[in-house]
Design a protein around this ligand. Structure first.
Ligand code: LLP
Length: 427
């Protein structure tokens, strides 16, 4: 299910490089990113939609992985960017994205952040009436082309924290107020040209997407009819899931795209909406399966339960602790080996919740073995921290067996950077 590659030695191979050699050379924990996986995922998804509808754009949701090299790869592929903070805008500009290809969808945005958006020239997707009104008072905002994030009253996601549509969600403007908000934008002198929704993340079932497309298109239709808005683009956000568990299957992306586009076209006709650009904002689908977290077992311990203790923790990869997410784990010198035991795989953080797996069937594991945690490309390094004063790991990018360090391992000095002890405490 996970397309694992092994080399002649029987070791896990990542982008043509031997995982054991990478770990020896760059030390652990180590994020290893396979460049061609990213490119392949981008191209497959782009093709699936663009062959159904030729006015189509993708905005990579860079919160999934903001490494500059990863961003550069996506810039080369022709992607746009979904940015959610000034820092992400800054990184995107540095990676070479044209401001016109960056859509800023912030939540609870300050005036300073709005000013930064205006001066950087990126497109602005507005999340609240408050934001719209404050924007109208800022210099440089007159006549701006804007869009609105609408809550289409549909939500889905792999965990409740990752559902971003529906009545409990803090995001977007309500369906019922959409027409009024677009009218208000026009009165304030803006040019509303887009509409957006994002219902959640990690969705493997096409059904919620279909509901969201239907809902957003009905809202767009009303806004067009009642406020006379001509849409340049309609953006359905991200959320396409990938299989993390062995028994989950991949979404049939061609069939998925066809269903979505058929409904989109039907609704364009129903409401006479012309031929706006159709956009999506994938994050996980593009980078999720591109990366492995390599971590070494340093302690095997039989307590009330059996533990394999490794040199990474939830400071390195938060998803299992934060969402209870499953990440498949293999032993790097025998990735296909059958399980012989069940055990817990625990990190090195001083909290009991620091577990990569509970009761996981695994082959024999000894101290010194290298483990590879799969699907660590999305929301992995980007959610890492220095908790327990641990420097963050390095990242390497591999292609054709060659590895480049794209982020150096942090040092203790990096952990201490920006701290100051007041003079009065220095004796
Ligand atoms: N667009 C917007 C406005 C978003 O908020 C997100 C994700 C995306 C696009 C991309 O969603 P994706 O295609 O990656 O599902 N930390 C969580 C995921 C949080 C997603 C937040 N927003 C996790 O590790 O599962």
């Amino acid at each position: 299910n996970f397309d694992l590659e092994t080399n002649k030695k029987g070791n896990l191979s990542i982008g043509g490089a031997d995982a054991l050699e990478l770990a020896d050379e760059y030390k652990t924990p180590l994020y290893v990113i396979d460049e061609m996986k990213i490119r392949g995922n981008y191209r497959r998804l782009y093709k699936a939609f663009s062959k159904q509808y030729d006015n189509f754009n993708m905005y990579y949701a860079c919160k999934a992985n903001t490494n500059l090299a990863v961003m550069k790869i996506l810039e080369e592929e022709g992607s746009g960017i979904d940015a959610v903070s000034p820092g992400e805008i800054y990184t995107s500009l540095l990676a070479g994205f044209d401001p016109s290809k960056i859509l800023y969808t912030g939540n609870n945005v300050t005036d300073e952040e709005l000013e930064f958006t205006i001066s950087s020239g990126v497109r602005l997707n507005i999340d609240s009436i408050s934001q719209l009104k404050r924007l109208s008072k800022l210099s440089g905002a007159e006549g701006m082309e804007i869009s609105f994030r609408v809550n289409p009253n549909v939500g889905a996601g792999h965990h409740k924290h990752c559902i971003t549509g529906g009545p409990l969600s803090k995001f977007g403007i309500m369906e019922e107020e959409a027409v009024e908000v677009y009218k208000l934008a026009q009165e304030l002198g803006f040019k509303p040209v887009g509409i957006h929704s994002h219902i959640g993340s990690g969705i493997l079932d096409p059904e919620p997407f279909m509901l969201a497309v239907r809902s957003l298109m009905d809202i767009a239709g009303r806004v067009h009819r009642e406020a006379g808005v001509e849409f340049d683009f309609i953006d359905f956000g991200g959320g396409i899931g990938i299989p993390y568990e062995p028994e989950e299957s991949k979404l049939d992306i061609d069939l998925f795209a066809q269903k979505i586009v058929d409904l989109f076209k039907e609704k364009l006709g129903e409401y006479d909406l012309g031929k706006p650009t159709m956009c999506i904002e994938p994050g996980r689908y593009i980078v999720g399966d591109s990366s492995y977290l390599l971590t070494r077992v340093n302690t095997v311990k039989q307590s009330y339960r059996k533990f394999a203790g490794v040199d990474a923790g939830f400071n390195t990869l938060l998803r299992p602790t934060m969402y209870g997410s499953y990440h498949h784990i293999v032993v790097a010198d025998k990735p296909g080996a059958e399980p012989t035991q069940t055990l817990d795989i625990a990190g090195d953080v001083c909290e009991s919740g620091d577990l990569f797996a509970r009761d996981r069937p695994m082959p024999d594991i000894g101290e010194g073995d290298l483990l590879a945690i799969l699907n660590a490309g999305a929301y992995s390094f980007s959610m890492s921290s220095q908790y327990n004063s641990r420097p963050r790991p390095a990242e390497v990018l591999v292609k054709n067996g060659e590895a480049d360090v794209i982020r150096e391992r942090e040092t203790f000095a990096d952990v201490l950077a920006k701290q100051n002890v007041p003079v009065r405490l220095l004796k």
